[in-house]
Design a protein around this ligand. Structure first.
Ligand SMILES: [Fe+2]
Ligand SMILES: [Fe+2]
Length: 175
């Protein structure tokens, strides 16, 4: 298994599995992993490689056709909510985690990272560190550009737990 995946690896997967990932999406996924890397280094976070890969792959199923996304979700062992089946945007998180698992792309023995990918579009009262971290990187990676994103980034460099809370507040505002 590779330690850290690169855009070249993603391009290969994109072609091989017809993932339909757009350039913009790839930029976002790479942005999330680059941002994760900076935060892991600064805060000396354990298992940084897995965290960075988790952020890199989190939207792997985001541009798949709905039917393919649905089939992936149906094959997974995760409980999928009806609201997810009704909404392709929500469904890409379990579908993506299932895709990574089935294809043994990464983290075979590290379900907590896949679990975070699986849940990243849902609300969950008991969030793991990995899920909070993924959501923070998803919302405030370098290609994001909305009022307040700088504030989240500044907070993330100062105090990561506070940045988790702040990013969730912004996320609520988006829904
Ligand atoms: Fe996503
Ligand atoms: Fe994302």
């Amino acid at each position: 298994m590779k330690l850290i995946y690169q855009v070249s690896d993603l391009n290969i997967l994109n072609n091989q599995f017809k993932l339909n990932l757009s350039e913009k999406r790839i930029r976002h996924m790479k942005g999330a992993s680059d941002y994760a890397k900076s935060l892991c280094e600064l805060h000396k976070i354990d298992n940084a490689d897995n965290i960075i890969n988790m952020c890199f792959f989190h939207d792997i199923a985001r541009d798949l056709d709905y039917n393919v996304t649905k089939e992936l979700a149906e094959r997974s062992d995760w409980k999928i909510l009806n609201i997810e089946f009704d909404n392709a945007v929500l469904l890409h998180s379990p579908a993506g985690a299932q895709f990574l698992l089935e294809n043994k792309i990464f983290l075979k023995n590290n379900m907590k990272y896949l679990e975070a990918i699986r849940k990243h579009t849902l609300w969950d009262k008991k969030e793991s560190f990995e899920l909070s971290f993924l959501r923070l990187c998803d919302i405030s990676e370098y290609s994001r550009d909305f009022d307040g994103v700088e504030k989240i980034r500044e907070k993330a460099f100062e105090d990561i737990e506070k940045a988790f809370t702040l990013s969730e507040e912004f996320r609520k505002g988006f829904n």
